[in-house]
Structures are given as structure tokens and as C-alpha cells.
Design a protein around this ligand. Sequence first.
Ligand code: NIG
Ligand code: FE
Length: 411
Amino acid sequence: MLTLIKNIKQIVGIDRTNRMRLQGKEMAQLETLDDAYLIIEDEKIKAFGPMSDLADSKFDLEYDASGRLLFPSFCDSHTHLVYANSREHEFVDKIRGLSYEEIAKRGGGILNSAKATAAASEDELYDMALQRLDEAMRLGTGAIEIKSGYGLSTESELKLLRVIRRLKEHSPLTIKSNFLGAHGIPMEYRGHQEDYVDLVINEMIPKVASEGLADFIDVFCDQGFFTVHDTERILEAGIKHGMRPKIHANEMAVSGGVQVGVKYGAISVDHLEQMGDAEIECLKGSETMPTILPGCAFFLNLPLSPARKMIDSGLSVAMASDYNPGTAPSFNMQLVLSMACIRYRLTPEEAFNATTLNTAYAMGVSDILGSIAVGKLANFYISKPISTYEYMPYSFGENKVESVFLKGRKL
Ligand code: NIG
Ligand code: FE
């Protein structure tokens, strides 16, 4: 099947060199093409070029994108999309002065979600998650990583991962799954958390692996949660079972999470609100994508990651939503794009790259997604009539996406 999109005012985010990620100064490069066409064959981009070069041929479908810009879909490389309840009561507690850590200590936070998630059936969780995915897709997201971590028991963690497997089978989005059994310490393990780490290693990981349920393994390596030692033990077990690490690091404190992630070849280390020079140095020359989660820092009023300093020192930066009910209840990547510019001082070019190609890398799909390139999946969105691509981050809070194509099909 051949589909033509014609009269595109501008294609944004073209990559002709098959780069897997962009680092330092490269992040400022954003190739565009004015007055363009794009041809889709089945699921993939077949060709694009200036309208003046479009040869006369037959297409099964044609769309006219006059006045509109075409962008590669956002890749959201960090979400906790499968959960049961929202947590607006804790939101109010935080406004009244309690900290995220204080709420967690008294059994709120992750444990609160785990309780509700344990009580929900697999079908109920699936239906809720599918609805959220549908909304995220319409806001321009074309690929998404989803973590477990609201189970915290073997049975419940498997239930969440099976929901993610069903989503992979039924959603047009490209989905990667991440096993985050070490997300919180259940109450009954308080004071002897090494026993919970044993459970993750000896029972959960082998079961998750035997059903092939996870692409990645994650640990919340931070003050008040899992230690570097816990993290090393869990990562070693996960790697043995074929899961590549992705780490929650340095949200609450300079936790050693960045170093442990790099040491174990993590595909990404995420959060990074607390970054010293040692963390930046350690990431240099590594294969690990530093990933910042602007929605979480915004929602919790956390210090901002030194994104500008990271890019200026030659590092890559990716930015994802962290969508979850406790610290980032928004999967809107258009908002992440705006925050990248407004709060972290990325230029629009850097912000697009941080939310597309670099997040694609952080979930292991930058060979097939994250830019407009011949042979990549035809996952892109067409904007409403807008003036320039800079308008996208500039006009924060407004949905600028008019139509969405995933795997070559218009939603
Ligand atoms: O990425 N930091 C740890 N995990 C989540 C929050 C989970 C929750 O509070 O429910 C995060 O921010
Ligand atoms: Fe997270």
C-alpha cells in the first residue's frame, strides 16, 4: 500500500546519516525541508523530497498537509503507565507541606498505588492503560517504554508485565517493557530490605525471564529506596537473564545511581535532579543515555537537572515524561518539549532531538524510530496550521497535533 502526504509546509527532524543518538553540539542540528512530500509504503517511510521533484504516480491514499508541519513522533522512554488509582490526595498533602519522602515513609506513595493495583484485575488494568495510551498517541507519542513496579509481589509484578505484553500486541504504538520490581520496599520488608532484594533476584527475575516479559530491568537506586549494593545485585541477576538495565538515579540525592548504571552498561540513567561533576564525567564516553524527566521535577518542585551543562560538556540528553500517578501525572510530550526549552534552556532544535531520537535510543529503538528517514517506521504527526517549528515548544499547554500516523496508518 502506498500513501502520499503532499504539500507539507515543512518536514522537521530529518536524519540522513542513521545516527543512533545525538551528543553535545550535534543536538543543535535539526534538518528541515520546506514544501515537501512524503511517501509511505506499508509501515515504513519510502521517500520524501521537495514537491517540485514529486513524480506523477498512483497512490492508494493521498493527504494534503498544506500549511502544516510534519514531525517524527515523540518517543517516551520512561513511563509507569500501568497502575490502578490516581493520587490527588497526596498531591494536596504535598501542597500542605509534606515531602515526597515523608509520604512514602508512612506507606503512601508507591505503596499506596501498589495496594490499589494489587486489587485490580488484569483486564481492568489493561483497559485503563489502553485508554491512557490512546490519549498519549493523540498528543504525538509514537513509542513508549512502560515499567512494572506497582506490583511489588511476584504475582502482582507478573500481572503488570502481562498487561504490558497485551498492550504490545494490541496497540499501534511501539512499546518496550521494563521490569521494576525494585521500585519500593513493601512494609513487611522494612528494616530487612535485603530479603525483598532476594525475592526480586531469586523468584521474580527468573519468572519474568521465563515468560519473556521484560526488555529492560530497572531499580529505584536512591536515598530511602534501594542502595547501590542492592542495585548491583539486581542488575547482575537481570543481565544474566537477558535484561538490559535502565536506572532511576539521583532523584532524591547523589545516590551513586549514575555510576552503577554506567558500570553495568545501562541503556539510560533517568531523573538526574542531583548531578555533580563526577556524574557528568562518568557519563562521558559511555553508551548510557542521561535522561531528564521535566514533569517530575515540575510536579515535585525539585531542583532542575543541569541539562545545559551536560550538553555543553558534550553529553547527550534525552527527555521523557515519567508518566505515573505519584510524581508526574501527565504523558503529554508536547509539554515536555516546552519545559525542555523554558525551564532547562534547551534550544527548540535540542529539545526536539531530546524527545525523539535520543529517547528512541534510551529505549533501544533509534534504528527504526526517532527521526524522519527512509526505511524507518512511518510514525509521525502533522501539526495544526502553525507558523514555524519553534511554535511547538513556545505555545505550551496547547495541543498542536492535528493528525497522527503510526506504522504508516492514520489514526
Ligand atoms: O519515577 N522515582 C520513582 N518512581 C516514580 C514515582 C512513582 C510514584 O510515586 O508512584 C518516578 O518518579
Ligand atoms: Fe520513573
